[in-house]
Design a protein around this ligand. Structure first.
Ligand code: ZN
Length: 151
């Protein structure tokens, strides 16, 4: 488990340093903001959903390493998935990071996102790890929320 933990740490550091899909999506049809005042994390999640499939996903914002790596890995993992698959993924991820479910039972489904299982030991960090996911969820539930011009 030590080796696994080191590997996971590396994945998180890598995504924090070089976040993937880290930009604004001009033609997003679902957008939501997530804020975690406890830590100062703040992200906007952009989605292009077509026929119930996540075609594009991107994010912008700033925050701690855990929140940024989580948003980055979420964006790479969910692209191409259907909405029900995304919802299911979020549910498993949430359960694992809150310690409700054992990560060892979900390694295959979670893939690299299993890296965040360790945060379940740190309740404050759970909010960092799930922030982008909650924003994603509300973006999906928010229906057609077109990005308008900047205000
Ligand atoms: Zn944070």
């Amino acid at each position: 488990m030590e080796g696994l933990r080191d590997l996971y740490q590396e994945v998180i550091l890598d995504h924090n340093k070089r976040p993937r899909n880290y930009h604004r999506l001009e033609h997003a049809n679902h957008v939501a903001e997530g804020r975690n005042p406890l830590c100062g994390d703040h992200y906007t999640i952009y989605l292009i959903v077509e026929n119930d499939i996540v075609k594009e996903i991107a994010f912008e914002g700033s925050g701690c390493a855990i929140s940024k790596a989580s948003a980055s890995m979420m964006s790479t993992e969910l692209k191409g998935k259907s909405i029900p698959e995304v919802k299911k993924f979020f549910e498993i991820f949430r359960k694992v990071v809150t310690g409700e479910a054992d990560v060892m039972n979900h390694l295959e489904e979670l893939g690299k996102l299993a890296a965040f299982a360790g945060v379940s030991e740190f309740p404050v960090r759970v909010k960092c790890a799930t922030l982008a996911w909650h924003a994603l969820n509300s973006a999906l539930d928010g229906g057609e929320q077109l990005v308008s011009t900047e205000t």
